[in-house]
Design a protein around this ligand. Structure first.
Ligand code: G1P
Length: 284
């Protein structure tokens, strides 16, 4: 079984749910407490053993790639002033190799993933949707990689979603379950509640085998007229192992105003430097 060394970050989206903030700023650069959303996803991938980060970007997203370069001017200025450089790279994880590819047309998540096919080649890869901020220890992807080492094949991260929200998610048709692991018999993208095979919704973490790229190459459109990753994954079922796992992590949907504010509160409360002030304010 090949290890998961590569991760795709689809970051070409327009962030329309967060306008006007995203008018000139990528949504992935919006800050949760003291660092941009993208950094949480990148740190999570690095913790899980990912060596190569693949950003699928689009117009206006250059700052995302710049962010992961060394900032010489800042390093020098902080050095000259004798200031602590910890704030430049709070994770100190080192970022590994970064490759960026372009998604030149907004044809859907499946299309974005397909744009990275030449970089992933014949290796399995992870997909992290940075909007889905997953707070867990160890991180969500690390928990999935640990499961992958036993199960192989393809793994999606899943959570129970409210019955009236199935049309916002890819929904799993579940087979046998063993603890947190459920066999996947089928998958539907954004079904109406009446048609949903379960309430087990896919959240933004995946470990996939390279064959999914061949399925995506057909460029078939699905829900919303977009090329859907869920549809391509569904075609692998029966040919390769496919599981959904419930990780021990809290998900914040930061592509949405409420989720974004709640993520700031939740993570602010975990930061010893500011937690007390926030708690006192909320109590008041
Ligand atoms: C995407 C996927 C969907 C998944 C969701 C998780 O949808 O297409 O299957 O459940 O991410 O956040 P989007 O939120 O981009 O519409």
């Amino acid at each position: 079984m090949k290890p998961v060394r590569k991760a795709i970050f689809p970051v070409a989206g327009l962030g329309t749910r967060l306008l006007p903030a995203t008018k000139t700023m990528p949504k992935e650069m919006l800050t949760i407490v003291d660092r941009p959303l993208i950094q949480y996803a990148v740190d999570e991938a690095r913790e899980a053993g990912v060596e190569q980060l693949i950003f699928v970007t689009g117009r206006g997203k250059a700052s995302l790639v710049d962010y992961f370069d060394m900032a010489y001017e800042l390093e020098r200025t902080l050095d000259d002033k004798g200031k602590d450089k910890h704030s430049l790279d709070p994770s100190r994880s080192g970022y590994g190799e970064l490759v960026s590819v372009r998604q030149q047309q907004p044809l859907g998540l499946g299309h974005a993933i397909w744009c990275a096919r030449h970089v992933t080649g014949d290796e399995p890869f992870a997909v992290l949707l940075p909007d889905d901020l997953m707070v867990g220890r160890p991180g969500a992807l690390k928990q999935m990689v640990d499961a992958y080492e036993k199960l192989g094949g393809n793994i999606v991260c899943a959570q129970e979603v409210p019955a009236d929200k199935t049309s916002s998610y890819g929904i799993v048709d579940p087979g046998m379950s063993d603890g947190h692991v459920t066999e996947v018999k089928g998958m539907v993208e954004k079904p109406d509640p009446a048609d949903a095979p379960s309430r087990l919704g896919i959240v933004g973490r995946y470990i996939l085998q390279p064959e999914v790229m061949e399925k995506l190459a057909a460029h078939e459109t699905g829900a919303g007229g977009e090329i859907q990753l869920t549809d391509a994954m569904a075609k692998l079922i029966g040919t390769q192992p496919f599981h959904a796992i419930k990780v021990d992590a809290v998900r914040h949907d930061c592509g949405d105003k409420t989720g974004f504010v709640l993520a700031n509160l939740a993570l602010g409360m975990e930061d010893p430097a500011i937690a007390e002030t926030i708690r006192a304010y909320l109590n008041r």
